[in-house]
Design a protein around this ligand. Structure first.
Ligand code: GDP
Length: 594
């Protein structure tokens, strides 16, 4: 008689982690089962009932639909509030909080000087000694209102945070030196904040300089779509000087005005959560993490989990280094008590017990180990149509880099008005130059595809893109570029693959193994042999076998993933055994080309 399966109740949607908990199994087991069924899901990803049922079935359980009990509603509400907080929507529990401001702009335009002046002239009451602690952010008071400033200027930090899923800042101050005007990094910084849909206030700095030309800078800003409110636009452009301190009050006033319209709120009574600004190990104090509380009120004694780090907060300090017990939304604090330094941009949350914190941190460690063997999810040009059909995408976000100034507008014009049904192209950022790591970070944070027109990724960009999974396409003919984008939007773009040789080896020895067949003892002549590459066997230039899967790759007794030039190894191929000494084997990987 077949064994009756244990019945488990499953809601309409469940995360991989929750499903594993339900069975008392490891999330890795669930993920493996999903992969077997062709689904790459991360630990926190939700799967629907039907998918969960398949997993349960193959692991020996039976799924039954589950109605959410009352208690779960509370849980849902908290998540909902958190979302509303991010979306900036109002609700009864949400209360105004100080805006969090980041300062961006071209190098030497005065970001650091402005931040310094703002902090010196607007220190909070009782802080006559000025800033004593640098904790990655500070608060200043303007009138009776607080503003939180992130200390690390520049869009790199801002986008790095976004790439980790954190929305650090509510408002960006774009610093433009009035003598220099708009420069390449000004445009780049603007693209980054616009991609994050963060409102911008322009600080037109260095107006004290004799060669300052405010009108010219305003014209350039207007060309970027930042039209001054004096000219009927809706961007506040505030003339300032970090040197003479002129205009600083106006700048803060402008920030607060924008904050009002942006309706910046959080629930001070909700579960505390926020973003890590910095984590480090100190000689005397141990692990110190600086956190920006974004929702709820963080208290000493709270148990926090962040990334793979966790612990109970023993002591907490504000940005002046004063010990505090409670930190409401938008407060930057430094805390002691975590077991290891968290990373900037990670999101922390308060949980009920140390036990829960530990188990979440452990699962994340397992997830990281798992991610190391599973390639990252890539938004590719090919899958944009599928994502559109699945309701996940309404726009095809592109970052466009071209080789020369003269091609920027023509290429932009070719593609920016393309649309198919409701799917539209949106160019997040377009500029002249090589494809850089910053472009890749922006693409990764926004789910965009990078298009290079006669522009290629530099080596750092190529490396990062491969690591985080960003699709980079390069073209040298406009019509090809346009055609690719158009086909992608219609779901008709088939990936084109090309075999690339990564290594070459020579058969030096043949080892006969009964039943298994022959193993070839190889010497790697050039490049690298990878376990997951395909082999092509050659005898005096003639191809004996092609596209052969490697069934094992060993060095001495150990299975290895790769072997480099100058090393020996043993290999067995799937379905090919007739080696002779002196045969050459090429190793190929399939790469996608445009
Ligand atoms: P950052 O690279 O954007 O952080 O720029 P810094 O704050 O380091 O400033 C670059 C240079 O411009 C420094 O030499 C500053 O002293 C100078 N500077 C910054 N703001 C002003 C200003 O308002 N007026 C003048 N004359 N110089 C300024």
């Amino acid at each position: 008689m077949p064994k009756t399966k244990q019945i488990l109740e499953v809601p309409d949607f469940i995360t991989v982690r929750q499903l594993a908990e339900l069975m008392g199994a490891s999330p890795i087991e669930v993920m493996k089962e999903l992969i077997t069924n062709g689904i790459m899901a991360s630990i926190n990803q939700q799967i629907d009932f039907d998918t969960a049922a398949i997993v349960l079935d193959s692991l020996g359980y039976e799924a039954r639909p589950h109605e959410a009990p009352e208690t779960e509603v509370v849980q849902k509400e908290t998540t909902q509030q958190w979302r509303q907080f991010y979306a900036g929507q109002s609700s009864a529990v949400l209360q105004p909080r100080p805006p969090v401001v980041t300062v961006l702009g071209h190098v030497d335009h005065g970001k650091t000087s402005l931040l310094d002046v703002i902090r010196q002239t607007n220190v909070q009451e009782g802080e006559a000694g000025g800033i004593t602690q640098h904790i990655g952010a500070s608060q200043v008071k303007h009138g009776d209102r607080l503003i939180t400033f992130l200390d690390t200027p520049g869009h790199e930090a801002f986008t790095a945070m976004r790439a980790r899923g954190a929305q650090g800042a509510d408002i960006a101050i774009l610093v433009v030196a009035a003598d220099d005007g708009v420069m390449p990094t000004t445009r780049e910084a603007l693209a980054h904040v616009q991609a994050a849909q963060v409102p911008v206030v322009v600080a037109l700095n260095k107006i004290d300089k004799p060669n300052a030309n405010q009108e010219r800078a305003k014209m350039q800003l207007s060309d970027l779509g930042l039209r001054s409110d004096e000219w009927g636009g809706d961007t506040m452009i505030v003339p300032v000087s970090a040197k003479t301190k002129q205009g600083i009050d106006d700048l803060l006033e402008a920030v607060l005005l924008v904050a009002e319209t942006a309706d910046i709120r959080a629930n001070p009574n909700g579960k505390a959560a926020g973003t890590v600004l910095e984590g480090r190990m100190e000689h005397t104090r141990g692990v110190v993490a600086t956190l920006l509380v974004q929702n709820g009120t963080l208290k000493t004694g709270d148990v926090v989990v962040v990334g793979v780090s966790q612990g109970r907060i023993k002591r907490m300090f504000d940005h002046r280094g004063v010990a505090i017990q409670e930190a409401p939304p938008s407060t930057p604090v430094s805390v002691m008590g975590l077991d290891q330094p968290p990373h900037a941009g990670e999101i922390f949350e308060v949980v009920d017990t140390v036990k829960i914190a530990r188990s979440i941190a452990d699962e994340r460690k397992a997830q990281i180990a798992f991610d190391a063997i599973v390639p990252p999810v890539v938004v590719t040009l090919e899958d944009i149509f599928k994502r559109f059909q699945a309701g996940e995408a309404k726009e095809l976000l592109l970052i466009l880099k071209v080789d020369v100034d003269g091609s920027l507008d023509p290429v932009k014009n070719e593609i920016q008005d393309l649309s198919v049904e409701d799917l539209k192209v949106r160019i997040l950022h377009a500029d002249v130059g090589a494809i850089t790591e910053n472009d890749v970070n922006l693409a990764s944070a926004s789910g965009a595809v990078i298009i290079g027109f006669n522009s290629r990724p530099d080596s750092a960009a190529a490396r990062v893109a491969e690591g985080v999974g960003v699709d980079i396409r390069t073209y040298s003919v406009i019509y090809k570029l346009k055609e690719s984008v158009e086909l992608a939007m219609r779901g008709l773009l088939d990936p084109v693959y090309e075999d690339k040789r990564i290594g070459l080896a020579e058969v030096r020895r043949i080892i006969r193994v009964p039943r298994i067949g022959n193993i070839a003892g190889l010497y790697v002549l050039e490049g690298i042999i990878r376990r997951n590459s395909k082999a092509r066997v050659l005898r005096v230039g003639k191809v004996l076998a092609e596209n052969v899967t490697i069934s094992s790759l060993k060095r001495f007794e150990d299975d290895v993933r790769e072997v480099r030039t100058g090393f020996e190894c043993g290999i067995s191929l799937d379905g090919f055994h007739d080696y002779e000494e002196g045969d050459k084997i090429e190793f190929l990987v399939r790469e996608k080309v445009n």
